[in-house]
Design a protein. Sequence first.
Length: 497
Amino acid sequence: MPAFPALPAFPASPASPAFPDAARDAVRDDVLRANLRHATHTIRDKRARAVAELEDWDRLRAAGKAVKDHTLRHLDRYLLQLEEAVTAAGGTVHWAADADEANRIVTDLVRATGEREVVKVKSMATQEIGLNEALEAARIAAYETDLAELIVQLGHDRPSHILVPAIHRNRAEIRDIFRTEMGNWGRPAPDPLGDDPRELAEAARLHLREKFLRAKVAVSGANFMVAETGTMVVFESEGNGRMCLTLPETLISVVGIEKVVPTFRDLEIFLQTLPRSSTAERMNPYTTMWTGTTDGDGPSAFHLVLLDNGRTDTLADETGRQALRCIRCSACLNVCPVYERAGGHAYGSVYPGPIGAILSPQLRGTGSAIDASLPYASTLCGACYEVCPVAIDIPEVLVHLRERVAQGGPATRDGIRVRIRPAQRHTAERAAMRAARLLMDHPGALRAAERLLARARRLAPRRLPGAGRAWTDTRELPSLPAESFRDWWARERGTPQ
């Protein structure tokens, strides 16, 4: 059996293009922009109506924020409680410090079963660590079973959205992918196959059904983990998760450590806020929960891989740690004007959009071109904060990370407190800020500079040179006034300077 083709890896490298370079190509793709505009506007309009049905939405939002903040402050205690509960229920817990360790654990667990293929229910954590590529290198085929993930995998593509990974594809493109690729990796698409959504869904159902019935090993993620009971929770809309989580003999769940919540009662909040913020539904069609193993029911072996991979370092940042509240609803992507035009691939990460712009540079550091540019991939309009169901102040974290990129400063990497050097190409920015600070500290110099600019206003350029050129490429410089506000005030009110 041939191994499934590896997809482009997500971890950034020094060769990854910076966001402006990647976005420049994306905005020239008229089909991509049309697909994104239609999908994001549809989703966010439906979400607004679903949220408006709840009179206590603001209180639910505050409660979700409080639960996540409390958990993050006591994360060590709740993770140990979770491990104890999972073990008592018949599961086995593995701790993975980084992507390599997590991939090694999962690969060894699959090899131990003697199987050469696994089915997967959508897990962003496994995409984050490049698990499919690691399994492919070990000659183990990993088959995505979420419809959108299947489209991405068959198309040798990468996800571009948290909730709708194939949002950049239209129906005609999906039909062509199914016709061309399905037969290479299992049951072929029906002939003829149109682009009606029902036909496409039926083709995927038939293709996946044989894999569900054959697979002995499944890999999943989890939306939440309950420390009190050791329960894993998956929200999904298609039923593929139910098939993956019940039919195989061995189930391996790879979950970020921030997904834990203290008690089963805490789920009440997120059972209301997550569906409405993501799919604009009052509740998920499928909410699957499992606790360890049960004789004669479901998998006989359950393994939980708790993934750090930069999360502890993020936790050490008092401002940036709020990114770990994220429940992956994707509401911030659907209202972001930058994401709508650039698409998800420009972010160079499995986490696109506003949340990716603050999460990826913290998980991976700001040493690469793409990660140093992500905090600037925003207009700071604040729409992402307004729709976030756990009140992550994304603009605040973006400004915080911009300061880190431009100025450097203390940060935690691999559990060690280090001092980050300023990123390249920010020399002019730092010089401008130092000059501004010097002027602000010396009122006499500021007054002289204002008068000089007013007298030389006819010589002011229409475009800035050097580092300022990118700003004036799309904006007009404001015209300089004939006199400064100080001089106007003194003339009109007779106040001496």
